[in-house]
Every structure is written in structure tokens, then in C-alpha cells.
Design a protein around this ligand. Structure first.
Ligand code: SF4
Length: 238
């Protein structure tokens, strides 16, 4: 795992991506791809805004979001949070009821069991609150670095780089890093990416990965950061 020896033009890339996102919000048809039209933010960011950055809401929706499409994550999170707006109300629900609420998110039974355990731990050890350190979050069932980083940045406004499959893939394609997995990408980005971009890079690249820099055959011909991209590992594009 390594960062690129030449310094990427961070400011130019981020400015171009922010301008693209702004345009997409104003003109949603710009985001039309075979994945479907859309100008929406990643589901967890939407939940974060809707629930005034409530850490419980963000933790719950991030767990639901794993291996689940954004539209499903959003509706499931809203339904679950309506019934269980805090750890105590979720702890009071039978696990089968939680699973029914989490369905049709992927691995809904596993996630329901994890959420029950998390609620119990928060009640018992953290006075019903979500802890605000990486170490404590990682100790919760089903919480990995992606979830922990997202909770720290979205809920507590702390520093972190949330690296999911989109951030991992695009960082490698751009030539920012050469890494084998999201954990390595996070380490490399922490060493290279200016701190001012740590928090925002996830939502920018997730949206870009969903709309243009698709996993298979990205839309390079329509890419706003094409001049800055090494297209590392891209074998087919549109
Ligand atoms: S040029 Fe292609 S591979 Fe590079 S960021 Fe743009 S869409 Fe992705």
C-alpha cells in the first residue's frame, strides 16, 4: 500500500467535484446513468440532516446501509427510527420486530441482532449515548472502520476519513493511492489527503461513484476530473 509519489492537485479535483454536485442538485437529469436518475445524497448523509446529526440515528442508518442500496437504507432507517428513536426503545423491541423493520435491507436478521446488542451496550456502559471515540465504536458489534469514521464525522464533527468501496475504488483509479482494501486506502489517505478534505471526501466520492465513476465501465467521457485521473486499473470505460 502506498500513496502516489507526485502530489495530486487536491484543490482542483475537490473544486471540480463540488461544482459537479452543485450542478447535479440543480439539474438532476445530469446524473442519469444506467444506475438510474438521481441527485440524492448518500442515505446516511440524508439521515444525518433529517435527525439533526443525532449520533444514534447516524449509527443505526450506517449499520443498515452496509451492503444495501441507498433508497432502501433511507426508508428502512426512517421506519426503524420512528419506532426506535433511541437505544431504550430499540432494546424494548423483540429482535423479530427489529428484523421486520430492517427488512428488506441486506442481512436484516444479522443487523437486527447487532442493533439489539448495541442498544444494550449503550444503555449499560454509555448512559444511553453513542460513544465518540474510534476505539469505543469499533468495540460495538458490527461496527467497522467505515461505520466508526462516519459516526465520528457526521455525528460528532470530528476528524475522520470514511472509506467505503466507492472511496477505495476512485482513490485508486485517480492514482491517489495504490492499495488493496479500504483499510489500506484510509491509512494512505490519512497520510496524503489535506485534513480540510477528510470529512467531505466520502459524500463527494460516493455520489460520484454511484453516478459516473461506476465500478464496471466508468463514464470517463463525461468525467469532470478526467484531466487529473490516472485511470489506474480502468480496463473498460464509456
Ligand atoms: S476519468 Fe474515469 S476512472 Fe477517472 S475518475 Fe473519471 S470516471 Fe473515474
Amino acid at each position: 500500500m502506498k500513496t502516489n509519489p507526485t502530489t495530486p492537485p487536491w484543490d482542483l479535483v475537490v473544486t471540480a467535484l463540488e461544482a459537479w454536485r452543485k450542478e447535479l442538485r440543480e439539474e438532476p437529469s445530469l446524473g442519469e446513468t444506467p444506475a438510474g436518475p438521481g441527485s440524492e445524497e448518500p442515505a446516511v448523509s440524508t439521515v444525518a440532516e433529517q435527525y439533526q446529526r443525532n449520533p444514534w440515528a447516524i449509527l443505526v442508518s450506517t449499520i443498515i446501509s452496509l451492503r444495501t442500496k441507498d433508497a432502501v437504507t433511507l426508508t428502512v432507517s426512517q421506519a426503524l427510527l420512528q419506532k426506535a428513536p433511541n437505544p431504550a426503545s430499540l432494546a424494548a423491541l423483540p429482535v423479530e420486530a427489529v428484523a421486520r423493520l430492517v427488512y428488506p435491507a441486506g442481512f436484516y436478521r444479522t443487523k437486527a441482532a447487532q442493533l439489539k446488542k448495541i442498544a444494550a451496550i449503550l444503555i449499560e456502559r454509555y448512559h444511553h449515548q453513542v460513544p465518540a471515540t474510534m476505539e469505543e465504536l469499533l468495540a460495538l458489534p458490527g461496527v467497522g472502520r467505515k461505520t466508526a469514521n462516519l459516526v465520528l464525522t457526521e455525528a460528532f464533527d470530528l476528524e475522520g476519513i470514511c472509506v467505503d468501496i466507492h472511496v477505495h475504488r476512485i482513490s485508486n483509479r485517480l492514482g491517489w493511492v495504490s492499495s488493496a482494501n479500504p483499510e489500506q486506502t484510509e491509512t494512505a489517505l490519512r497520510a496524503a489527503l489535506p485534513r480540510k478534505y477528510w470529512k467531505g471526501i466520502n459524500s463527494l466520492l460516493v455520489l460520484y461513484g454511484q453516478r459516473l465513476c461506476r465500478p464496471v465501465s466508468p463514464f470517463c467521457s463525461r468525467c469532470v476530473i478526467y484531466p487529473y485521473c490516472k485511470r489506474q486499473g480502468v480496463v473498460r470505460s464509456r
